[in-house]
Design a protein around this ligand. Structure first.
Ligand code: GLP
Length: 277
């Protein structure tokens, strides 16, 4: 797990967007897992800027959103579908046919959840999964106690999550109590994961996820099992990390890795040249 600590919220978005944009340049038909919540908004803002100013191409990109509230119509102002259109899709050249957001209006939820998993598989699996984190360490809507092997399914939200999300609803009684969410197992299947976090309220969750024991009590901690995770946190969100100095040390030394490798290659070539006369 790589931990990148940056100054503030905007830098979190820039760093995460750079990772996603780099992956898109390598694979134009990248399959991206998308997250909602206020934290990824700066990432989406930066991706939109890269599209408008640098021509970052979304035409072949395929997206799968993590979750959706159960019972909200697609075009409800607080649905995650609406959120994604507002913050990303309307401003980039994505093909609407390549967009997948779980439906909040499903009658046969088991069948729907299985078919969502099937669609991810048919697209070749998620290449890069963007995640936020809840105050209790949840990813997607995988609340504490969720199986770390879980797949897409219905979840009952905790009181805390309902309260946290009520700020976005005009009427707090309207906040849905249930959601459809990719499971922790679904998230762990992604080839690469980028988790973004900002602000003091996320500090404990980040410390538990990065340095705590792997536990279903903090579903983000399951990311410790994944070989390719980058946590991008601002100073406040990183403030309870105990190994902060090491993360900065790794980051500052990382560019030297290339120099060391290049030096080794040069040395090898010099020896080969000598051997062959
Ligand atoms: C909801 C979403 C999560 C998100 C979390 C935190 O629970 N399902 O995906 O990470 O909110 O949101 P915020 O970034 O607004 O704090």
């Amino acid at each position: 797990m790589e931990v990148i600590i940056v100054k503030g919220y905007d830098e979190v978005g820039k760093t995460a967007a750079d990772i996603i944009a780099t992956a898109m340049l390598h694979k134009p038909d990248l399959v991206v897992g998308l997250a909602t919540g206020t934290t990824p908004i700066s990432t989406y803002r930066e991706l939109v800027r890269k599209h408008k100013e640098g021509g970052l191409d979304f035409s072949k990109v395929i997206t799968f959103n993590l979750d959706e509230y159960l019972g909200l119509p697609m075009h409800h102002p607080q649905s995650y579908y609406t959120f994604m259109w507002e913050h990303l899709f309307k401003d980039v050249n994505i093909n609407p046919e390549n967009i997948h957001v779980p439906s909040g209006q499903i009658l046969d939820h088991e069948r729907f959840c299985q078919s969502y998993e099937g669609e991810i598989r048919r697209a070749g699996g998620v290449d890069v999964q963007l995640l936020g984190i809840g105050r209790d360490g949840h990813v997607g809507f995988n609340e504490p106690g969720s199986s770390l092997y879980s797949r897409t399914r219905l979840k009952t939200l905790t009181k805390e999550t309902v309260e946290d999300n009520s700020r976005l609803f005009d009427n707090p009684h309207e906040v849905p109590r249930f959601a459809v969410t990719m499971g922790v197992g679904t998230i762990l299947d992604a080839r690469q994961v980028v988790l973004v976090a900002s602000g003091k309220p996320k500090a404990q969750a980040i410390a538990d996820a990065v340095e705590g024991p792997i536990s279903s009590m903090c579903t983000a901690s399951a990311l410790q099992l994944h070989p390719e995770v980058t946590v991008v946190a601002d100073e406040d969100a990183a403030s309870l990390l105990k190994r902060r100095e090491y993360y900065d040390w790794v980051r500052n030394n990382k560019r030297q890795i290339h120099e060391v490798i290049e030096k080794q290659i040069r040395e090898r070539l010099r020896l080969d040249h000598k051997e062959w006369g």
